[in-house]
Design a binder for this molecule. Structure first.
Ligand code: FES
Length: 632
């Protein structure tokens, strides 16, 4: 029987398939990028395709598709590409609508980086050893160790796996060889001749939703490139709690999640190598950061105890293992290291944020907010630092938002609404016709709707006489038309629904609850905060005035907010380049005090207050309203 053949339209790309593969997989194999915010979990509805013929060779719609697509869509062949699976022979023609095609993504902000003196943990040394003779019968390992220990003035050992390369490497170029030492104590590689000009490492930031890898030249400290992808664990659960639950409910759950993240990182490393004429064997150290759950899962450490009181992590200290231990494809005797965690979900990524922001060394009070599906907040100064983490969810990534999308071509990223006429002005990524709305756009939209009075402090979208843009949506709930079908690239109206506003309220309330509890613990008023460091891709692009207007950031003057980009990635790169920074990270992880928000007695009431726009019922706190006006 011939293999099933799938043709994707309008691109005309064909791919033959084995049964059991999803249309999303096949599209990717055909070189097409289909939007998949939830990573193929069947939850975001962004991977919609239309099966134009051969529907009999595709599995029937499952419950996830039935709950995401309406009956009319299903009747016309619409399917979720991540769920629809090839199950029969024959030709299948699949149309990929424009709104499901992933455009060019806005480049990830590289992150502010402070200069560090180059002092990596992996270093190369070229040596010329005295050759073996009949008068010098020492074995190769003794010869090498004695030479190195004499130079280093402390004992040096040879890592397992390196011995097999010793005799060849030493003799190939007349006893001139290059050794790679880890922390000046362990030989992790030996090559014939002088290879000291080639020394590479990778820094990886494992976010709950996105994974980013950076290639670093460790002879110069230069960053050579970065690659990113959605976290491949998303199909197992959107947030850290769902993934932890998966590991405790499934015997092989932890292994599956570990394998998924390892193969994702391997893909990123391979892309970085290919772009720089390297092979994975050229990578000698990988420095990994992530929140505590991402960290534990990557290292194969059971994360269950993080999800239940008293929320103690299994490991706080920094780790260093061999690549095979975590299934990474790099030089086999290389090292995979992590920064230390702090406590609860505040992990190595927050330590990296601290290192990158310099907050730990400042006399003035600052607050670092790294917004992601899990948001970390650290406040204080060089005298005292307090941290917490909050479950802000993936709404800022566009998930659970009707027209939400990542910051790719055509995503609405800025919104202005005229207070009188309610006319809307938009800015989109790449100035393309609007296709959907990304996180910074939706925060802007909610802030503008609130400031124009179209949304009240409780988040209710009001229908205002004369505003033709507020209308009833499909389920009878109000929605605001941001872009009419005649302006959008899909021909469809792009709207902000009542449900979207509520999703943003939940996300921002989670963050503001953390902000206000930290401020109370430090006995701080917003006016005393000298600097707010907004970290993460979303934090970098969101408009600070809009974030203050909806009550996501503390009420500080806008010019006190600094955008530091992907600070976790920056901190990881800094620590890859410098052992001094690693030692500092170890000290900081012990120094930062941790607050478990769930254990705070006021948590529920703070959260309920924070649901309001900006962050409490302003009819009861009239002073807040004037602050919103000032900050906007
Ligand atoms: S990727 Fe298919 S529903 Fe999200």
């Amino acid at each position: 029987m011939p293999e099933p053949l799938v043709r994707f339209q309008p691109q005309g790309r064909k791919v033959s398939s084995k049964k059991g593969r999803t249309l999303l997989d096949l599209a990717s194999e055909a070189g097409l990028n289909i939007e998949s915010i939830c990573g193929g979990a069947g939850r975001c509805g962004k991977c919609k395709v239309i099966v134009r013929s051969g529907i009999g060779s595709v599995t029937p719609a499952n419950h996830l598709e039935k709950s995401t697509l309406d009956s009319l869509e299903l009747a016309s062949g619409a399917r979720l590409a991540c769920q629809a699976t090839v199950c029969g022979a024959g030709h299948i023609v699949v149309e990929v609508p424009q709104e499901s095609q992933r455009g060019h993504h806005r480049r990830l902000a590289a992150g502010t980086e402070r200069k560090v003196a180059l002092d990596p943990a992996v270093r190369k040394f070229v040596l010329k050893l005295p050759p073996a003779t009949l008068k010098d019968l020492r074995a190769d390992d003794d010869r090498l160790i004695e030479f190195l220990s004499r130079k280093a003035k402390w004992p040096v050992r040879i890592s397992e796996g390196v011995h097999r390369h010793l005799p060849g490497a030493l003799r190939k170029q007349d006893w001139t060889a290059t050794v790679t030492l880890f922390r000046n104590q362990e030989v992790i590689r030996i090559d014939p001749g002088d290879t000291s000009a080639e020394l590479f490492g990778v820094a990886v930031d494992i976010g709950t939703t996105k994974v980013v890898a950076y290639l670093v030249d460790l002879t110069s400290g230069a960053a050579l490139g970065s690659e990113s992808m959605p976290n491949p664990q998303i199909p197992f659960g959107e947030d850290v709690i769902a993934r932890i639950t998966y590991t405790s409910k499934n015997q092989d759950g932890l292994e599956k999640l570990q394998t998924a993240i390892a193969s994702g990182i391997n893909n990123l490393m391979l892309k970085l190598c290919e772009a720089n004429d390297l092979t994975p064997d050229d990578l000698l150290e990988t420095m990994v950061v992530g929140n505590t759950a991402m960290h534990h899962i990557f290292f194969g450490i059971p994360p269950q105890h993080l999800a239940a009181a008293p929320y103690a992590p299994a490991v706080r200290t920094s780790l260093c293992v061999n690549p095979s231990h975590v299934r990474l494809n790099m030089y086999p005797s290389g090292k995979v290291s992590s920064l230390p965690n702090i406590a609860g979900f505040v992990g190595a990524d927050a330590v990296a944020d601290l290192v990158a922001s310099g907050l730990y060394d400042d006399r003035k009070i600052g607050m670092m907010i790294d917004i992601g599906t899990n948001t970390e907040i650290i406040a204080g100064s060089r005298d005292r630092l307090i941290a917490c983490s909050c479950a802000s969810g993936p709404a800022f990534e566009g998930a659970h938002i009707k027209f939400g999308m990542r910051a790719a071509t055509g995503a609405i990223e800025r919104v202005w609404i005229d207070p009188e006429s309610h006319l809307v002005r938009l800015r989109t990524v790449d100035d393309a016709p609007p296709r959907g709305i990304c996180g910074s756009g939706i925060v802007d939209a909610v802030a503008e709707l609130f400031k124009t009075g179209l949304v009240d402090p409780s988040g209710r979208l009001k229908s205002v006489d004369g505003s033709s843009r507020v209308r009833k949506g499909k389920k009878g709930l109000p929605e605001f038309v941001l872009a009419k079908g005649s302006e959008s690239s899909t021909g469809e109206d792009i709207t902000i629904t009542q449900h979207d506003i509520q999703e943003i309220q939940l996300a921002k309330a989670a963050i503001f609850t953390g902000v206000s509890i930290l401020m109370r613990r430090l006995r701080l008023r917003a006016s005393q905060i000298d600097r707010v460091y907004a970290a993460g891709a979303f934090g970098t692009y969101v408009d600070a005035a809009s974030a203050i207007a909806i009550g996501m950031y503390p009420d500080v003057p806008v010019d006190r907010i600094s955008f530091i980009g992907n600070a976790a990635g920056s901190g990881a790169r800094m620590c890859l380049r410098s052992t001094k920074m690693r030692d500092l990270a170890d000290k900081l992880s012990k120094k930062v005090e941790y607050i478990e928000l769930a254990a705070e007695k006021d948590f529920q009431s703070e959260f309920a207050q924070a649901m309001f726009l900006p962050h409490r019922d302003i009819s009861r706190f009239p002073g807040a309203a004037s602050r919103v006006q000032r900050s906007s």
